[in-house]
Design a protein around this ligand. Sequence first.
Ligand SMILES: [Zn+2]
Length: 459
Amino acid sequence: MRHLLFATAALLSAPALAAPAATDWHAEGRAIYEHAIAVPTVTGRGQTPALAAWLKARFAAGGLTDAVIKPYDGEAALILRWKAEGTPAKKPVLLMAHMDVVEAKAEDWSRDPFKLVEEDGYFYGRGTIDDKQGVTAVTTALLRLKAEGFKPKRDIIVLFTGDEETDGKGADLAATEWRDLIDAEYALNADAGGGAKDKDGKMLGYALQTSEKTYADYTFTVHNPGGHSSRPRPDNAIYELADVLKTLAAYRFQPMLDDTTRAYFHERQKVEKGPLGDAMRRWLANPEDGAAADAVEADPREVGGTRTRCVATRLEGGHANNALPQSAVANVNCRIFPGVTPQAIEQELQALAGPKVAVKLVGAPKYAGASPLTPEVLNAYTTTVHKRFPGATIIPKMEAGATDGLYLRAVGIPVYGVDGGWIVIPDDERAHGQDERMPVKAFYDQLDHWHDLIAAVAG
Ligand SMILES: [Zn+2]
């Protein structure tokens, strides 16, 4: 903490830390990355305001001074605007990333998680992938464009949030209370999309994320009069709940295709020559073919891709070892297909559970449909990716998890996950996990990608 305060103060007063020469943007990006990793922005540690202040000062040193820090719940969001030169040609474009990271314990890691380490062609550290590389790339790209004399034809807005990994309140506030500060034609999210290579170094393609499944929890509750366990009753809350959960385990929701997933499976089946590809082709030919969709989801890479999925995640019941249970409750977690309401799933689950079990939606989850695959974004992303990987396949993607993008989509702002980095799968799939890392080459590709992509959509 002391060190961070000192670093911020030094930055604010030292002219030596102004933006470097245009030839050295990779080194500049690395320095920003190193600092961002060193601030342990795990939600609850109160460090996102420090990182937001540091970035705000960094932007200001490069001439981008129209920025505001929005504190909330001990965390902070940073919102920056780079105004169009003259009358804007289009509505603003919003650039998104998140400053917070998932907890990382030093004893679980081979290295200090909050120190950027470069080793064997990799950058190691918490947030190297999720999502300090995104924060760094957007920041570096804007500083570089500014130094190069770029004149945006539309307003460019930046939103860096402080709790994407936990509550998503920053994005929720941005979509509602701070809407006038971030309102845009669409958002480009640095926390989704991106490329994948196989272990032999072959580029497999880049994902363009246009939708996310909705997260929703439901309680399944059974009540019973109970009694003394020496005299079992014919009905029993635990048995009745268990029976319904077994029914749920075997239940499959109606498979669904939308523009994003149809395009995704169309691209995937081209490279899948065997039974998996056959199942994808059967399903694309007949979206009602539930057996074909089941066969697709039997592959671990495709789980959740064809429909809403729900699974029991927690259980509690009874109140004493020698008493018949008076209640039994399960939590069922669902990842709902975009565009389907959590209330519709609640009704379907209640019908499945029958009258003895009460199904109740927890809270009021945000939900949204897929963002339309607009040519402007698709072309800008494709052209930018192809600069570094000519001919690479661009695959529209529905994400099974959720990001801050969900909150903006829910209020009608389309969001596109268009990251430019890449990882080697499955070895580098370590976001949220131990020894998170990013290939050094991918990091520098990512810096150039955001520079080119922003120039394409705002130039
Ligand atoms: Zn993330």
